[in-house]
Ligand binder design. Sequence first.
Ligand SMILES: [Zn+2]
Length: 234
Amino acid sequence: MTDHTRVRGRSPVPDALLDPTTLGDLLRVASAPDYDRWADQIHRTGGCSDPIHLTGWTLAKDRTSGETLHHYSTASEPGGRLRLACGNRRASRCPACAWTYAGDTYRLIRAGLAGDDRRDIPAAVRDHPRVFTTLTAPSFGPVHNRPDRYSVTLGALRAARADFRAAQEREALGLEPPEPATVLVLTDWQYAGHGHTPGESALAATIARDIQTNRDTARQARADLQAEEGDDWT
Ligand SMILES: [Zn+2]
């Protein structure tokens, strides 16, 4: 440890922060006008140290009127990209994801993602099959194996597959056919890279640490409450 690792008697500063390149990059990221949104993205990944970057868009249209019901594009995101957790289970590769994707937590978060239509992202990333498994709800066989680009017809394929299955079930149960589907969803997503710049990496580590601290605090508070209320806690 050198003199530089302490700043006026405060806690030790990680060596990485003192590297001029890292520090310069960190300041660039932190002072950018879209920093808050970037930090929000990283927070959503749980502080992932090697996030997947996607570019693309989703468009939901009313089939009858042609009206646009929902439109999301990464064009307005920091760097034009959406960052998703790498999902690596090895703590040596990504401590945040190794924790997140272990056991019950993974299933809880996965359920949350599946229920959030704005996160309905077919993240088929060639080098990161776990992310793909995590974020893509329906199974599509051959479509999964397309190397690095999703056709705009994926949403239509998905809808057609779902309609077919639903029709089979209705037939088996002797039910009437439903109203025809009225919403057409088109999507196009591309893998755009992964990881952080040195400054982003330092900031992401801070976010991961904050998340861990909040988690620990919540766990402690819950334990305290349990102790106070005896065995009635459910
Ligand atoms: Zn990760």
